[in-house]
Design a protein around this ligand. Structure first.
Ligand SMILES: [Zn+2]
Length: 585
């Protein structure tokens, strides 16, 4: 009896020891540098290992490698879900809301990288928190810019208060990946486009750290520019979701303010950020996904920045647990409405006549003598905090609005466009035979080009077009893109040359902007005279221009060029935008 009793006790002790040992192993496996030192962020190796261990230890976590990046390494994609719902189909069938978290697009701002690890770990360590997974699943990209993350130093963020070492903003091609979502110059962006369209998240969070003025808030927030979202989604975000997030963060001691984007001091007002499609949130808006970019303040301690980011992730998750079904319903409706929507804005201007009132907490800006230049310099006096109502300019007006055609026709020569369209879920029809069609085409009339390269491009802006109708031959293998699609916004805002982040503006069509054939003056002189004799209307145009333009009247070469450009000898492909619009079915 006594022996049996002793055996039981020994057995219990052994089991208890095994359990504790397991717990110790698990704790050790899942520990991150931030646990021990609040001014440390994990290295890329440590991040990968952490999520791999999480996958091994928990049935709620599924980690896979996807695609590739310019670093040569695949992206790690972490799915947190219960009931083995590790695919978008499973999630949709179960009616779950999908939250997508992207970290380390700027690895010098690693707050979200650490916060997401703490966030993911809690689901595994605290069974209570996993109850939320009944109606929500979470996809995390632990580090999007792997290239930048492995390029570590302690100096590239001169104005940032920790952590002690961190990655670099740009990727292996020295590109800012948060400008690359449309042009997709990086392999990272191609992989991101694929992952995003595979999961089609309801909400995306892309984590950042700010630059700029000093003020007391640790957390600032950029939400998708409301006037760019469909009105139904915009209303849901501004009337329901944002008020909850601001209130909840405040309750937890992390009072937020809209991202402090100012023209001068914040005292004079702050401006809503226009996240065109080159940015993560602007790209997501093309797919009707609401986005948030939490931007922690760079001068606050790293500990506070990570903890407030973690709380933001939790608040968003909790909100989606309560209201995700409603959001999914609205997104479904919006996708249907956009299919049938006839007109689309291509770009926006800020309405500086209309401002909201924002209660803002700031530090008094003062000036003192610079020890560098001896001139006046700005500083923010943290001993003189203020609180007042400032204007918040967050209303944007559509500038150019176009009516969508029945379909676009993209010549097969533009294969990168065709690839990107496919990745972004656009339905396309390959012509099965050569076909002549009545189409509307654009001539590129005017555009500005950047004087200095920007993100690998001398990109265009202020693009203007003229329209004409013609009959044009298309070839077997060219693509027809009907505009009765949920992805209409992606189609229109990339293919319409006047759209801010159109592929035209990103230099995808620069081949058409150079004239390929010219004339020799002395040869063309006689031919030009003949053309004028046979075409009195061209002569009239020429004479009128001479009368109205003195410089032109005294420039023989310019006049020859004028006749050339009005003659059949001038190539019709110069400045001709090759993507045609089919107006009638
Ligand atoms: Zn950033």
């Amino acid at each position: 009896m006594a022996f049996r009793y002793l055996f039981t006790i020994l057995g219990c002790l052994l089991l208890h020891n095994l359990y504790s040992q397991n717990k110790v192993n698990q704790d050790k496996a899942l520990s991150i540098p931030f646990d021990i030192d609040k001014n440390k962020t994990a290295t890329y190796e440590e991040i990968r290992t952490f999520y791999t261990e999480l996958d091994n230890l928990s049935p709620l976590v599924d980690v896979n490698d996807f695609g590739t990046t310019d670093s040569g390494q695949p992206l790690q994609v972490v799915v947190i879900a219960n009931d083995n719902h590790f695919s978008p189909e499973d999630n949709r069938k179960a009616g779950k809301t999908l939250l997508f978290i992207n970290n380390g697009i700027h690895p010098g701002e690693p707050d979200g990288i650490d916060a997401a690890m703490l966030f993911a770990r809690e689901f595994v360590k605290n069974p209570k928190s996993s109850a939320i997974l009944k109606s929500i699943s979470i996809v995390i990209i632990p580090v999007y810019n792997i290239d930048g993350c492995i390029n570590r130093s302690s100096t590239s963020r001169a104005n940032q208060n920790g952590p002690e070492a961190y990655g670099f903003r740009a990727n292996a091609k020295n590109l800012d990946l948060n400008r690359d979502f449309i042009k997709c110059d990086s392999k990272n962006a191609i992989s991101f486009n694929q992952i995003f369209n595979y999961w089609q998240p309801d909400v995306m969070i892309d984590t950042h750290t700010s630059n700029g003025a000093d003020y007391p808030y640790t957390m600032t927030l950029i939400a998708t520019q409301k006037d760019k979202l469909h009105p139904l989604l915009s209303e849901f975000m501004t009337q329901n979701m944002l008020p909850y997030l601001y209130k909840d963060m405040d309750k937890k001691g992390w009072e937020m303010t809209p991202y402090v984007f100012s023209r001068g001091l914040p005292d004079l007002g702050i401006y809503g950020f226009m996240d065109t499609p080159r940015y993560s949130s602007g790209y997501a808006a093309l797919h009707h996904t609401i986005s948030f970019m939490p931007e922690t303040h760079m001068l606050k301690p790293y500990k506070d920045r990570v903890e407030s980011t973690l709380e933001f992730l939790k608040s968003t998750t909790e909100y989606l647990f309560m209201h995700g079904t409603q959001l999914a319903q609205i997104r479904k409706e919006v996708r249907h409405l956009v299919k049938n929507q006839q007109t689309f804005p291509l770009n926006y201007t800020i309405n500086t006549q209309k401002a909201d009132s924002l209660l803002f907490k700031g530090y008094t800006a003062s000036y003192k003598k610079s020890e560098v230049s001896g001139l006046e310099r700005l500083y923010y006096d943290r001993n003189k905090p203020w609180q007042k109502v400032i204007p918040y300019f967050n209303h944007y007006l559509p500038e150019t609005v176009i009516k969508k055609p029945f379909a676009y026709i993209v010549p097969q020569a533009y294969d990168k466009i065709i690839e990107l369209m496919k990745i972004n879920g656009v339905n396309m029809h390959k012509l099965t035979q050569d076909t002549t069609l009545d189409v509307e085409m654009y001539l590129i009339e005017k555009f500005d080009t950047a004087k200095n390269p920007y993100e690998g491009h001398y990109n265009h802006s202020q693009t203007e077009v003229s329209t004409f109708s013609t009959r044009k031959k298309y070839y077997k293998g060219d693509y027809l893109i009907y505009t009765h699609q949920e992805s209409n916004r992606y189609i229109v805002e990339t293919l319409e040359p006047q759209a801010t982040d159109s592929w035209f503006n990103w230099n995808f069509f620069d081949g058409i902007l150079a004239q390929k054939e010219y004339f020799s003056d002395y040869v063309f002189e006689d031919l030009a005279a003949d053309i004028l004799n046979k075409n009195p209307e061209i002569r009239t145009k020429l004479e009128n221009k001479k009368l109205s333009d003195e410089k032109f009247a005294s420039d023989g070469r310019a006049q020859l060029d004028f006749v050339y450009k009005n003659s059949p000898y001038y190539e019709p492909t110069h400045n001709l935008y090759p993507v045609a619009r089919l107006i009638n079915p």
